[in-house]
Design a protein around this ligand. Structure first.
Ligand SMILES: [Zn+2]
Length: 459
């Protein structure tokens, strides 16, 4: 069985129960799973693959809990630069409807490459447009090729404009077809075992683009097959207005009525929630994917992340789709989460917030690692401990970005400007080395991606 030894890290952040940060440390892995974590002299002397982490900090691989990888094709899209969510969506639905197999494969590779380079090793992608040859098969194949641990969604939209939804009719699908494709994706790809590289999630898009029936049927199918459920919720005040006008209740009550506030569900955004709804999330055990950059970019609002954490709600971080960020950099997102939580304090507490209300750098890293793992329902990633997957990354502490911050290298990874990973390892496989993806040549992929993006934008 293949072995991997990483040694000599200046600091190794375990994220174990005691939150140990080890000096002069590393780990030893067998067949993709960690066998030992400790100081370098406690570890075996050699292995099939040996990484020297001298001068580097090693952290658990980051976990991204919400993305739309195909949106790398419409980053900085001119008609969607300076508008809020509904106008932003409406400007891009026609282009996204034309994404074919080649465009999906290429954009999935581009987004995953960017994530791996930022230390992210586990990725959930919420794709909900499968109109022109895009498929779960294409995305899973791309993730396997580049080497990311991938939770793919069979997402969906079924309520077009003629039925009162936001998307154009040509962007939505028949509900029977959606459910059949969902079942097929589970059959073909869902792996429930520890260490799984591929899992499937059922993910109807949002309250303004799917029906009550589809939400109910998707939940029944997911629960019969033991896969998780995901959707966008309470992202904007426009959405709140929509569910109040159409269904007579706020977004969380709408989900509750359909059996969707539960431990096998997590919601993207959950910005506009009351204290009572936060308590309900905590008791039900559902999770939240916090997307600070996207919420700022689209002027959606500030999610009450510290309140979620205090109430015991499961919270992970996410970069959201590449057309509302427009970066797929998880380390940057941890920094944004810390900064936005602090801005929220300034806006609400002019007297000066108490120390426990500040989001710390280490809390931001927790959300980005074990927090995200809990949201995705995984206890085998998110920390560096014996028995867990060998998913980790390292950063070069000699980079100019960290100069002057080395009294606390762990905090520096969040406070200072994010740098590219020196190494990223997924299940014991080195997928980034010296800041470059090792598993494929990204040059031609980027060139093709730019051509395809130009085609979609009508250039
Ligand atoms: Zn999203």
């Amino acid at each position: 069985m293949p072995t991997l030894l990483a040694r000599n890290a200046e600091v190794l952040v375990t994220m174990d129960a005691a939150r140990r940060e080890l000096r002069g440390a590393g780990l030893y892995a067998v067949d993709g799973f960690i066998r030992q974590v400790g100081t370098t002299d406690e570890l075996p002397a050699t292995a099939d693959v040996v990484l020297d982490l001298a001068g580097q900090i090693a952290l658990p691989g980051l976990v991204n809990t919400h993305h739309h990888l195909n949106q790398t094709l419409t980053r900085a899209f001119p008609a969607a630069q300076d508008v809020n969510l509904f106008a932003w969506l409406t400007a891009q639905y026609p282009a996204w409807t034309r994404i074919d197999a080649e465009a999906s494969r290429t954009s999935t590779l581009v987004g995953l490459a960017e994530l791996l380079l930022s230390g992210c090793t586990t990725v959930f992608d919420h794709t909900y447009l499968f109109k022109s040859g895009n498929s779960v098969d294409v995305q899973v194949a791309a993730a396997r090729e580049i080497g990311a641990r991938f939770h793919a969604s069979r997402g969906s939209m079924s309520v077009g404009r003629s039925k009162g939804g936001l998307p154009p009719d040509e962007a939505v699908e028949d509900e029977a077809d959606i459910l059949a494709a969902s079942e097929r994706a589970i059959d073909r790809y869902h792996d429930p075992r520890p260490g799984a590289m591929t899992r499937i999630v059922l993910a109807p898009c949002a309250p303004f683009s799917v029906s009550a029936d589809l939400l109910r049927e998707s939940a029944a199918l997911a629960r019969a097959r033991g896969v998780r459920l995901h959707t966008h919720l309470a992202e904007t005040l426009d959405e709140e207005r929509y569910t109040l006008e159409r269904f007579g209740v706020r977004p969380v009550a709408w989900m509750d009525a359909l059996g969707w506030v539960a431990a096998d569900v997590w919601f993207a955004h959950a910005v506009h929630v009351s204290d009572g709804e936060i308590g309900h999330f905590a008791r039900a055990g559902c999770g939240v994917a916090h997307c600070p950059s996207s919420n700022m970019r689209l002027a959606s609002g500030i999610a009450p992340v510290k309140k979620y954490m205090a109430a015991g709600v499961k919270v992970g971080l996410a970069v959201d789709g590449s057309a509302s960020n427009d970066a797929s950099n998880m380390l940057l997102e941890a920094r944004q989460a810390m900064l936005l939580a602090r801005l929220d304090l300034g806006l609400r507490r002019p007297g000066g917030p108490p120390p426990e209300d500040w989001m710390t750098a280490r809390e931001a890293l927790e959300l980005a690692t074990i927090g995200g793992a809990r949201v995705l329902g995984r206890d085998d990633v998110g920390s560096l401990e014996p028995g867990k997957c060998a998913d980790f990354f390292s950063l070069d502490l000699g980079a100019v970005d960290y100069a002057g911050a080395l009294h606390d290298p762990v905090a520096a990874t969040v406070f200072c400007a994010p740098t590219r990973a020196r190494f990223t390892v997924v299940h014991g496989r080195v997928v980034v080395e010296d800041g470059r993806v090792t598993t494929l040549d990204m040059g031609p992929v980027i060139a093709r991606h730019n051509r395809l993006a130009g085609d979609l934008a009508g250039r």
